[in-house]
Design a protein around this ligand. Structure first.
Ligand SMILES: Nc1nc2c(c(=O)[nH]1)N=C([C@H](O)[C@@H](O)CO)CN2
Length: 118
C-alpha cells in the first residue's frame, strides 16, 4: 500500500487534564501516515488526485484548536475519524506526542492505527 505522510508537524493548542492546562497552549508533535494509491496522481501529475499534505497539515492544526479536549487519546480518536471521513482515507496511523508533559522524558504520547489497508 502506498502512503502519504506528515512527520514532525508541530502545532500549538489547548490540551490537558489539569485546570492550568486549559488556560495555555502547548506544543504537540504529530506524525501521520495515510494509505493512498499514489499512482492515481502520478499518472497525469495531478495534485487533486492525491492527499494534499500541506492542506491536511493546516486542517490538523485547525481541528485541534477547534476541539479542545483533556486527553491525547481523545484528540487522536476524533482527529483520525475527522481525517478519514473528510478525505476518504481508508487507513491511517497517527501519533501525537506532547514533548513538554514529562520533564525527564524526550516526549510522551499515543499512537493509533485505524481502518483497513487496501
Ligand atoms: N495516557 C495519557 N496520560 C496522560 C495524559 C494523556 O493525555 N494521556 N495527560 C496528562 C496531563 O494532561 C499531562 O500531560 C500534564 O502534564 C497526564 N497523563
Amino acid at each position: 500500500m502506498d502512503k502519504v505522510f506528515i512527520r514532525g508537524l508541530n502545532i500549538q493548542t489547548t490540551i490537558g487534564f489539569f485546570a492550568w492546562e486549559k488556560e495555555i497552549k502547548q506544543t504537540l508533535v504529530i506524525d501521520l501516515a495515510m494509505g493512498w494509491n499514489t499512482q492515481l496522481a502520478a499518472e497525469n501529475d495531478e495534485l487533486d488526485k492525491t492527499l494534499d499534505y500541506a492542506d491536511i497539515s493546516e486542517k490538523i492544526a485547525l481541528f485541534a484548536n477547534d476541539n479542545p479536549v483533556d486527553l491525547l487519546e481523545t484528540l487522536a480518536e476524533r482527529l483520525a475519524n475527522y481525517l478519514m471521513t473528510t478525505f476518504h482515507i481508508p487507513w491511517l496511523k497517527l501519533s501525537i506526542g506532547k514533548p513538554g508533559a514529562v520533564h525527564n522524558a524526550d516526549t510522551v504520547g499515543v499512537e493509533i492505527e485505524r481502518g483497513q489497508a487496501k
